[in-house]
Ligand binder design. Structure first.
Ligand code: TXA
Ligand code: MG
Length: 341
């Protein structure tokens, strides 16, 4: 398949809409990461997303809408707390899980009785949903298991020849995927941390639980609340190990392990002490910069086949840092070294 490269112009958006109405898959920008979109209510279109990604079919997709009014047809009930969160952060990087209406095909919801819905803030994403005339199912536009794409070039690297078109809307502003909150429970439960932090959620609706899978490996036999959390994810070819420590002991540890194939993923301004190749991913106290850069830096290791072991400085898990920590933990397959200072 020849993949068309579209711009975020009126023509590009119209072309994306026409392809989507025909049941094709199109890579689209959002403020979090790029998505791989198709008509959420057309089972054969949604199947094409799973094929393009190489995604396990039990992993449900997020349904994207362009206006709050589109939600009611997709779900059986909107709890009061969800209404409050929508009023605060839609449009924005917040996905909520509801009991699904019959019109949502089971292929879209991974066979679950619930559906995840998000109203993105990116104007081009909303324009494409409007041009398509239907809600769009859209997982992150990476091959299954790879770091999520934050630029059209990342999407092209993974999806050229596998999708009908890719629409270039510039680099994603948030850089990590949306916050996912299950609103079907008595107490809302955070399934995936993102741009809307757990601190913000609690301030808005009171008690919010954090699913144990956010920061810990699922034990064998435990059913994942969010199926996406059970898979190895975001990992480059090289082995990634997180190192939790202050700057000086991090540098001492990495330098002591210097050798063939060893590299560092460190905070801005902390590279001077290192004797190994490095990439920086934002300042230690700047979680927003870390979120914007983490996936691009993880992807970058694949451009250098000589790198086999990456020691990544562990971010703080406060605020937006929890989202960065959650993604790096999965890239590292939960391998964390804790140093005493
Ligand atoms: O920021 C984002 O959310 C991006 C952009 C494109 O909008 N999309 C995205 O989709 O990250 P995806 O498919 O890569 O991640 C969706 C996550 C997965 O972990 C999936 O298991 C979970 O949400 N999920 C989807 N529907 C669910 C449901 N009904 N119940 C529990 N988890 C669900
Ligand atoms: Mg994904």
């Amino acid at each position: 398949m020849q993949t068309e490269l579209l711009t975020a112009s009126a023509e590009g958006v119209a072309r994306a809409g026409a392809l989507l109405r025909r049941g094709e898959v199109v890579g689209i920008p959002t403020e979090t990461v790029y998505g791989l979109a198709a008509d959420a209510l057309n089972p054969s279109a949604v199947m094409r997303i799973f094929e393009a990604k190489g995604r396990p079919s039990d992993n449900p997709l997020i349904v994207h809408i362009a206006a709050r009014a589109q939600l009611d047809a997709l779900v059986t009930e909107v709890p009061a707390a969800a209404e409050r969160l929508a009023s605060l952060w839609w449009p924005g990087p917040l996905t909520m899980i509801f009991k699904k209406a019959a019109c949502v095909p089971s292929v879209t919801s991974g066979g679950l009785s619930t559906v995840a819905v998000r109203l993105p803030a990116h104007p081009t994403a909303r324009a494409v949903i409007e041009a398509a005339g239907c809600p769009l199912a859209a997982p992150s536009a990476n091959r299954s298991g790879s770091p999520s794409p934050t630029t059209a070039a990342h999407v092209t690297a993974d999806m050229d020849g596998r999708v009908a078109a890719i629409l270039d809307g510039g680099a994603s502003g948030v850089g990590v995927e949306s916050t996912v909150v299950d609103m079907t429970r008595e107490v809302p439960r955070l399934l995936r941390p993102g741009g809307i932090t757990v601190e913000m959620l609690r301030e808005a609706v009171g008690e919010v639980e954090v699913d144990p899978a956010v920061t810990a490996m699922l034990e064998q036999g435990v059913v994942a609340a969010s199926p996406g959390m059970k898979y190895k994810h975001y990992a480059p070819r090289a082995n990634v190990t997180l190192v939790r420590s202050a700057a000086a002991s991090y540098a001492a540890f990495v330098n002591a392990h210097a050798g063939e194939g060893v590299a560092a993923m460190c905070f801005d301004g902390e590279e001077a002490a290192l004797t190994v190749p490095y990439r920086t991913y934002g300042a230690r106290d700047d979680a927003a910069a870390q979120a914007r850069r983490v996936f691009d830096v993880l992807r970058g290791w694949d451009d250098d086949p000589t790198v086999t072991q990456v020691y990544a400085a562990c971010p703080s898990s406060d605020g937006l840092g929890l989202a960065v920590y959650n993604r790096l933990l999965r890239a590292a397959e939960f391998e964390v070294i804790v140093l005493d200072d």
